[in-house]
Design a binder for this molecule. Structure first.
Ligand SMILES: [Zn+2]
Ligand SMILES: [Zn+2]
Length: 171
C-alpha cells in the first residue's frame, strides 16, 4: 500500500476516519488514532461556530447599539470629547458582550468581525440619521450623514475605539 499523498512512501497505516492510506510524513496524531491531514484538521469548537440566524441577530444588535451610542455622542455638547474617548472602552465591551449574547453565547473572529462592522455602520450612517431625525425631524441623505461624522474627529476616534474594543471583546 502506498500513501495517498506521497506515492513514493510504502505504508501500512490508514486514516481511522476515512481509510485513506497515510504515511508518517502526513499522518496527524489525534486522541482517537492516526488520521489523514483532511480528517485530522481540528474541527472548530462549537462556541466558534455561528449559524446565519444568530449572526444576523448579533449584527442587528451591534448596528442598533452603534447607532444609539453614536446618536448620543453626536448630540452631546462638543468639549466633552475626552469623556467620550474614556467611554469608548466600556461602550465597546458592551457592544461585544451584547453581540455575543445575541448570537447565543458565541464568540470568535467571524462573529467579532460581523459585530464590529455592523457597529461601525451604526456609527457612520445610523447615528447621524438618528441624531438628525431627533433634532430636525427629517432624515439626511447618506452622503450628508457621512459629512456630519467626518467633521468630528473626536467622534470618529470614539467610534473607532468602540468598534475595535467590541471586536476584541469576542474575537
Ligand atoms: Zn481521513
Ligand atoms: Zn504521506
Amino acid at each position: 500500500m502506498r500513501c495517498a499523498r506521497h506515492p513514493g512512501a510504502e505504508t501500512l497505516l490508514t486514516c481511522v476516519t476515512c481509510g485513506t492510506p497515510i504515511c508518517p510524513d502526513c499522518m496527524v496524531e489525534t486522541p482517537v488514532g492516526m488520521k489523514c491531514p483532511d480528517c485530522g484538521r481540528a474541527p472548530l469548537p462549537a462556541v466558534y461556530r455561528v449559524g446565519p440566524a444568530p449572526l444576523a441577530v448579533a449584527m442587528a444588535a451591534s448596528l442598533a447599539l452603534g447607532t444609539a451610542a453614536g446618536a448620543v455622542a453626536l448630540t452631546v455638547r462638543p468639549g466633552i470629547g475626552l469623556l467620550l474617548i474614556l467611554l469608548a472602552l466600556p461602550a465597546g465591551a458592551l457592544v461585544g458582550a451584547a453581540a455575543g449574547r445575541a448570537a447565543g453565547g458565541k464568540r470568535g473572529p467571524a462573529l467579532a468581525l460581523a459585530a464590529a462592522a455592523s457597529c461601525a455602520v451604526g456609527f457612520l450612517f445610523g447615528a447621524p440619521q438618528a441624531a438628525t431625525l431627533a433634532i430636525a425631524g427629517a432624515p439626511l441623505v447618506w452622503t450628508e450623514a457621512l459629512v456630519v461624522v467626518l467633521r468630528r474627529p473626536i467622534y470618529l476616534l470614539f467610534a473607532a475605539l468602540t468598534v475595535v474594543t467590541a471586536y476584541w471583546r469576542i474575537h
